[in-house]
Design a protein around this ligand. Structure first.
Ligand code: ATP
Ligand code: MG
Length: 384
């Protein structure tokens, strides 16, 4: 037997002791879903998954790179763990310049040590390609040999790094506050990496904000889906609430109170959709609404679950770098307005107090009715 396979190595899961099979099953399920529509087969083989019987290598690698829980992949030739067969395959190398052979022997009963395997295979390569040179310190090429416990060996050039993290779904589900900006898609990506499945809420202020602004958020959710799996996006009509706040409350508290309403609605939607936490893209000190005092006053709304802010300690450039890596940057920077820019005061308070925010909110009439109406009129989109 001698065939080409894509070997999938998984990350961190080995930490999980008795729950290991739960993580493994989730990961294999997520891998299967990521490969839907591509002609290939998948099998499980002692802590390695293998894709085989495939033709579209690049497409498969692109998809696998986005599946959290995968540490690295390699395109490998597989053969029986027999030194002559390994040498035969190794001789087919297309290396130019210098090389070394690096052997890993998971099967400790294999009759040769790793060093002996590397030396024997290196010798076979040299006899077939006399122009090649061995350089064990700084080689231009490495041929890896991985001898597994099941009597087979993988022969491959590189380990292609993947996304790492934990399989999406292994940490439950969170509700992402998804704006059209740079930060919140990155926040969603980072929490999905820690195993959270995501639903999302987006607040829009039609007609102050356009259809294009909403479409931008849908597009961002679509870019996240290969990482996060399907996202249920709740588009919440926010205009009436903003108009009421604008009409009744002090203008420098506008943003503070808007944020508190976002949190109230988010908590309700999260509870209705079995989400165990809220995720947003706040970064400490980035704008007036993200000072410690502002965050304290908005944070106070949520009593029943944690709010995760994975960007809280990041500089803008660090967030931009991740947005570029995951492909959300180009969409995020499109110039469509966000609902937060509607009725924006000239000088928002940077050190709001809870007492004053609550006092301002008392000026609003049917508070609960406004929230219920917004939730009832939400549009639910299933982004896949
Ligand atoms: P982003 O780049 O994510 O828009 P930002 O730097 O513009 O963030 P803010 O506008 O202060 O910061 O928003 C802080 C967080 O509040 C956002 O990261 C997002 O999680 C949430 N948020 C803001 N506007 C909306 C919205 N229209 N719908 C849903 N969530 C929102
Ligand atoms: Mg924003």
């Amino acid at each position: 037997m001698n065939d080409s396979v894509i070997v999938i190595r998984y990350a961190e899961l080995y930490l999980k002791g008795k729950n290991r099979s739960f993580f493994e099953n989730l990961l294999i399920d997520n891998i299967k879903k990521s490969l839907v529509g591509i002609d290939c087969k998948l099998r499980f083989n002692r802590s390695r998954y293998e894709v085989y019987d495939y033709t579209e290598e690049t497409k498969i690698l692109d998809r696998l790179k986005k599946v959290f829980g995968i540490h690295s992949v390699s395109v490998a030739l597989k053969c029986e763990a027999d030194i002559d067969k390994i040498c035969e395959i190794a001789k087919g190398t297309d290396f130019v310049g210098t090389f070394k052979v690096s052997t890993n022997r998971a099967d400790k009963t294999f009759p040769m040590t790793s060093t002996e395997v590397s030396a024997t295979v290196g010798g076979a390569i040299l006899s077939a390609h006399p122009k090649l040179k061995v350089d064990v310190i700084n080689p231009q090429n490495i041929l890896n040999i991985d001898i597994r416990e099941d009597g087979y060996a993988y022969i491959f050039k590189d380990k292609i790094p993947c996304s790492g993290g934990m399989p999406v779904g292994s940490s439950g589900k969170g509700l992402l506050l998804l704006s059209g900006g740079l930060d919140s898609p990155v926040a969603g990506y980072m929490m999905a990496k820690r195993g959270l499945r995501l639903d999302a809420v987006h607040f829009h202020s039609y007609p102050y904000t356009s259809e294009k602004a909403k479409q931008k958020v849908i597009d961002l959710a679509k870019i996240l889906v290969p990482y996060t799996g399907p996202i249920t996006l709740n588009c919440i009509p926010f205009t009436k609430i903003q108009e009421e706040i604008h009409r009744c409350c002090a203008s420098n508290y506008m943003i503070t109170i808007v944020r508190r309403f976002m949190m109230r609605i988010a908590e309700k939607v999260a509870q209705m959709s079995d989400c165990g936490c809220i995720v947003n893209g706040e970064s400490l000190g980035q704008v007036a609404s993200q000072t410690l005092q502002s965050i304290t006053v908005t944070n106070d709304i949520i009593k029943s679950m944690p709010i995760f802010r994975p960007c809280i300690g990041m500089d803008k450039q660090e967030i931009v770098d991740i947005a570029l890596k995951i492909g959300t940057y180009d969409t995020s920077v499109l110039p469509y307005e966000d609902c937060c820019t509607v009725f924006l005061p000239d000088s928002p308070v940077t050190k709001p107090t809870l007492l004053r925010a609550e006092k301002e909110e008392k000026r609003l009439g049917d508070f609960a009715g406004l929230i219920a109406e917004a939730i009832d009129n939400r549009e639910i989109l299933h982004i896949e």
